[in-house]
Write a protein that binds this ligand. Structure first.
Ligand code: TGC
Ligand code: FAD
Length: 405
């Protein structure tokens, strides 16, 4: 009886968001003032706007759509894109830190920002015409428009070059046919950046608008992961897309893969946020929860878990910081980004599992964020390139031999 009461009392305290950052190697000393200010602002916003509601939205598998406007206001959409095109005008480290704080709240909330900024605004900025930039970017940047990114197909996930979605020339337009699968935000989206093959088999990017005839975006239900993020399909049945909606400045798979590099970079930072939240909760719980007359944090096996967690978090933080420095210098390679995404997401998932054990039975409830992060991270391990695909990218980079060919 006493143990149950203690557990519930601990749980009640956990309802308020008592998160504190952890910086074992004083990495903050490597950051600039604007990075620290951005982090503090986003952390406050997450505590006020995300933490109080996220368990309920996740429980009901609903997307907190009202957060889109707030995300725009805190500059979470395209933090490192130029301000004149709706971005934040900050550097790549600021972008990473913002993603970390958002994912500390929930991976689905970070996804809302990743897709909008890195997968929709970035390709329009990087590959779009000046007219397309002016038409779409300000509205995406301020949250008036919601965007989505369609690359994955029902039969082509890890191998997007096999895509069958295609366009056919029809005078001043293309006729688009095909389907995309697992598309974050698609049922809500005003615009979709869609990748399709032309008649020569070359991959092109198109901006498809929600009211174009023949275009639909049904929701995918039944997800046990990323439940506060909405996911759907994109279905194109003879959709007439004006040629002025084709991204003029890129052809081939490097178009979508460049966007993925940008988003994977954000995930390499974001996953640290989820890991920190699990560690922070586990550390506090280990000091507040007693068994056998002592705090469970006094047992060597609990200390082993906590010590290994902070070690892995610290390594991931250093990896992300160095990657950010290289990205600021324009030197981060896609393979380096793959390594950081793969390492940091698995690190976060393993920490979530260990943190769950430290919370005992309470760890499986929604009184604590652990299971939600753990389930979310199963998606994060798979999207933007699976764990094994990123391993093969590293393998190819170090050997020069292509395992995909
Ligand atoms: P491959 O021949 O290797 O490359 C084709 C061209 O692309 C270039 N390239 C890249 N460019 C920029 N960034 C990268 N990361 C790049 N990787 C490759 C490459 O240099 C080449 O250029 P060029 O000029 O020679 O044509 O292509 P491949 O067909 O052999 O594929 C390689 C592979 C398997 C690594 C790639 O297809 C891959 O990464 N597969 C994973 C698919 C994936 O990540 N899908 C993600 C879908 S979007 C998503 O999940 C969003 S989740 C959103 C949310 O946060 O909610
Ligand atoms: P598959 O490619 O079928 O892979 C299945 C398994 O086979 C994996 O373990 C994989 O690693 C393994 N495998 C495949 N090829 C190889 C190989 N050569 N060697 C070894 N192992 C291999 N996509 C978008 O375009 N836009 C989005 O917004 C988006 N959002 C998503 C949101 C959610 C919630 C989810 C779950 C996915 C989302 N995706 C999105 C799709 C995501 O990118 C794909 O699920 C992912 O790329 C893997 O593709 P797949 O699911 O078809 O798996």
């Amino acid at each position: 009886m006493q143990n149950t009461d203690n557990g519930m009392a601990t749980a009640k305290k956990a309802k308020e968001d008592r998160f504190q950052g952890h910086d074992y190697y004083l990495i903050d000393e490597l950051l600039q003032e604007d990075h620290l200010l951005a982090r503090a602002a986003v952390r406050d916003w997450v505590k006020q706007e995300v933490s109080p509601i996220i368990e309920e939205y996740s429980d009901k598998a609903q997307c907190p759509t009202h957060l889109f406007k707030g995300l725009a206001e805190i500059g979470a959409f395209g933090p490192s894109l130029p301000a004149e095109y709706g971005g934040g005008g900050m550097d790549e480290i600021a972008y990473g830190i913002i993603m970390q704080e958002l994912e500390r709240g929930d991976s689905g909330v970070r996804s809302m920002a990743s897709v909008q900024g890195s997968l929709v605004m970035f390709p329009i900025y990087k590959f779009g015409s000046e007219e397309q930039r002016r038409k779409y970017l300000p509205k995406l940047g301020n949250g008036d428009f919601i965007g989505c990114f369609g690359l994955t197909e029902p039969d082509h996930g890890s191998n997007p070059s096999g895509m069958v979605t295609h366009i056919k020339d029809d005078g001043d337009a293309y006729i688009l046919n095909g389907a995309k699968m697992w598309i974050t935000n698609s049922p809500l989206a005003d615009v979709a950046v869609v990748w399709a093959k032309d008649e020569a088999g070359i991959i092109r990017g198109l901006i498809v608008e929600k009211d174009m005839k023949g275009f639909s975006a049904p929701e995918i239900k039944g997800k046990w992961s990323l439940r506060a993020s909405i996911t759907g399909e994109l279905v194109f049945e003879d959709v007439r897309v004006p040629k002025s909606n084709v991204l003029p400045n890129v052809q081939g798979l490097k178009g979508p893969l460049s966007c993925l590099s940008k988003a994977r970079y954000g995930i390499a930072w974001g996953a640290i946020g989820a890991a920190l939240d699990c560690y922070d909760s586990a550390l506090r719980y280990s000091l507040e929860r007693s068994q056998f007359g002592k705090p469970i944090g006094q047992f060597q096996l609990t200390q082993k878990k906590l010590a290994e967690m902070i070690t892995e978090i610290t390594k991931a933080q250093l990896l992300a910081w160095r990657l950010g420095t290289l990205a600021n210098q324009g030197k981060a390679t896609p393979a380096q980004i793959s390594m950081a995404k793969r390492n940091n997401v698995m690190m976060a998932l393993e920490i979530a599992r260990e943190a769950r054990q430290i919370h005992g039975g309470m760890g499986i409830t929604n009184e604590y964020p652990i299971m939600r992060h753990m389930m979310n991270l199963e998606t994060v391990l798979t999207y933007e390139g699976t764990h094994d695909i990123h391993l093969l990218i590293t393998g190819m980079d170090v050997t020069g031999l292509n395992a995909f060919g």
